[in-house]
Write a protein that binds this ligand. Structure first.
Ligand SMILES: Nc1ncnc2c1ncn2[C@@H]1O[C@H](COP(=O)(O)OP(=O)(O)OP(=O)(O)O)[C@@H](O)[C@H]1O
Length: 316
């Protein structure tokens, strides 16, 4: 007897998640290994992390099926990889997989936003995903298989609507209030408390700290805007509304480019800032519903790695 296994990999910027499912899409095993974005960690470490995940899930399934004397066979694998967009990059990763699993196992490599879409569409590449975490991106497919994306350029190149941008806007408005060039906001008090600072001047050392330069520290401030918007602060509401407008524009550009406006299509929300209900997600939903009543908005209850595993299953 042969046990058929389908593998999904979510190779993110901080960790790599590997998931094996059976031919009904039921989870069999999962593993977390280090980052596999080869732009950040280099080819050797990226490959080692992917191999660690695949070997772990296969060994676990083999151990659990020892007494049934079943051979475990990988039928198909799909990897959603951050930083893998160019054809040369994809060929390199396909080469790694064929070295490990042999050349006959079907292998698909996608941008990580695509597996987030697939997690909300049962592994089908149709519809739009909007992701708002530290950065943001929107991407879609129409029924003819045409695809396009918007945003995802990174904070330096203007990802308005991202968690980074919300955090940056909080700082900007707090400093405008301090300079008395903008209205007072309750964000000032909560921002200083969050960062353990006593006055706005200290924000300079926090922001420019050479030992702590990353986008995440700005993005992590976004929850302050959520809290203060709920408490009625008008600046916090303005910040969320601006960000929701930006995300709406990305979605809108995709609807237009893929000609989706006149048919029902799934619209998947993903990323820490919109994957749970809040005033921010409500503002975005309101804008989408008003313009595109055919959009079926969903927050998937499965992780992106599930999308990768289902894409592997459907590619079999
Ligand atoms: N309730 C919450 N719990 C955790 N994070 C939240 C919450 N609400 C908003 N966030 C925001 O979600 C962000 C992280 O989201 P996520 O984990 O999707 O991002 P990421 O993987 O770092 O970014 P990217 O997808 O751009 O690589 C944080 O910046 C955080 O401020």
């Amino acid at each position: 007897m042969v046990k058929e296994v389908f593998i999904g990999v979510d190779g993110g910027g901080t960790k790599t998640l590997t998931l094996a499912v059976n031919n009904e899409g039921k989870e069999l095993s999962r593993h977390v290994s280090p980052c596999s974005n080869y732009h950040s960690v280099g080819e050797d470490l990226a490959k080692a992390s992917i191999y660690e995940g695949i070997r772990f899930v296969l060994n676990q399934i083999k151990r659990e099926n020892e007494d049934k004397e079943e051979d475990v066979q990988v039928k198909s694998i799909c990897l959603g990889m951050s930083g893998v967009d160019r054809e040369e990059d994809k060929k390199m990763v396909i080469g790694w997989i064929s070295e490990l699993l042999g050349p006959n196992v079907p292998c698909k490599i996608y941008n990580d936003a695509i597996i987030a879409l697939a997690s909300g569409t049962d592994g089908h590449l149709f519809g739009i995903v909007v992701i708002c975490g530290t950065g943001c991106i929107s991407l879609g497919f129409n029924k003819d298989g045409q695809t396009t994306r918007s945003a995802g350029w990174g904070p330096l190149l203007g990802d308005y609507g991202s968690g980074y941008q919300i955090g940056y806007d909080i700082l900007r408005h707090v400093l405008r209030a301090k300079d008395e060039t903008g209205p007072k906001t309750s964000l000032t008090k909560v921002l200083l408390e969050r960062l353990n600072l006593t006055k706005e001047d200290s924000l300079i050392s926090w922001a420019y700290d050479p030992k702590n330069q990353n986008w995440q520290k700005f993005a992590q401030l976004s929850t302050l805007a959520f809290e203060q918007a709920n408490a009625g602060d008008e600046i916090a509401i303005l910040i969320l509304n601006d960000a929701a407008n930006a995300l709406f524009e990305y979605i809108s550009s995709i609807v237009k480019k893929l000609n989706l406006a006149n048919e029902p299509f799934p619209l998947i929300f993903a990323g820490g800032n919109i994957e749970r209900k809040s005033m921010f997600s409500d503002l975005l939903i309101e804008k989408i519903k008003a313009a595109y009543p055919n959009a079926d908005i969903k927050i998937p209850n499965r992780e992106p790695v599930f999308g990768a595993a289902l894409l592997a299953l459907n590619n079999n």
